[in-house]
Design a binder for this molecule. Structure first.
Ligand code: NAD
Length: 245
């Protein structure tokens, strides 16, 4: 039987990249219903019942308006990137990144845990290797992702009594549109093309020499969500080609 037969799953950031790959993976693995959230419109169609809510994960009203009855799984994945040294970082930019990556994740997590209370479920938060390894220029993004790893641990301990498992995944580079907002990548991609820019960056600091495809990360999120990971909770799966070593 497929891993997610008869299951209902929520995915944020489902219009692009990792979130879209997760939605496709869950549909292919038999999910009965997907609840897909993104600030952008979704153009894909899935072979299961789908509820699409176009909105901002930071909007508390969005979460109050959603019907999450019988929710089995949640992938808290919507996020934005940004860079800048602390001494030069405008406070607005710090707040912008923290508000999407952390406030939005908190509101999603709270809604999912409320829906799963008393019946169990599993949740994965998309953190980042930037939340594990310090690098110059990623204070806001890295701090938001380190906070998500800790949030997953607290949620795992609070959720255990309700049989709610909560884990994080920390990829390093994944070949998605999130990189287009990183000026260094955007400039290099304009010069040599996106594929070559990804390959060049991956070789710089990734022992295994390449970035992940979103489908690879989606399959790993699928494992953490699935019953195969029934005793895995509060963990952070670092999936980074050795970048944090
Ligand atoms: P992406 O840009 O392709 O997808 C992110 C999606 O989130 C987009 O569809 C975007 O519209 C949506 N989104 C952003 N802000 C939102 C908001 N306020 N409300 C609702 N939707 C919002 O990028 P991705 O790489 O697939 O990113 C997914 C997650 O993976 C992010 O949390 C990101 O930080 C994390 N991540 C990415 C990488 C990487 O290298 N791509 C590495 C580690 C972690």
């Amino acid at each position: 039987m497929p891993s997610f037969a008869n299951r209902i799953a929520l995915v944020t950031g489902a219009a692009s990249g990792i979130g879209l790959a997760v939605a496709r993976h869950l549909a292919a693995e038999g999910a009965a219903r997907l609840i897909l959230i993104d600030r952008d419109a979704l153009s894909d169609h899935f072979d299961c019942e789908t509820t699409v809510a176009q909105g901002d994960v930071r909007d508390e009203g969005l979460w109050d308006s959603l019907d999450l009855a019988n929710l089995d799984h949640a992938v808290i994945n919507a996020g934005i990137a940004g860079a800048g040294a602390i001494a030069e970082l405008p406070f607005d930019e710090w707040r912008r990144i923290l508000s999407v990556n952390l406030d939005g994740a908190f509101l999603t997590l709270r809604a999912a845990m409320r829906a799963m209370a008393g019946r169990g479920g599993s949740i994965v938060l998309t953190a980042s290797a930037a939340g594990v390894k310090a690098e110059p220029g990623v204070a806001a993004y890295g701090a938001s992702k380190a906070a998500l790893i800790h949030l997953a641990k607290v949620a795992a301990k609070e959720g255990a009594k309700d049989r709610i498992r909560v884990n994080a995944i920390a990829p390093a580079g994944v070949e998605t549109a999130v990189w287009d907002a990183v000026p260094m990548f955007a400039a290099r991609a304009a010069e040599i093309g996106r594929d070559a820019a990804f390959a060049e960056m991956a070789k710089l600091a990734t022992p295994l020499g390449r970035y992940a495809k979103p489908e690879e990360i989606a399959a790993q999120i699928g494992f953490l969500l699935s019953d195969e990971a029934a005793l895995v909770t509060g963990a952070c799966l670092v999936s980074d080609g050795g970048y944090t070593l």
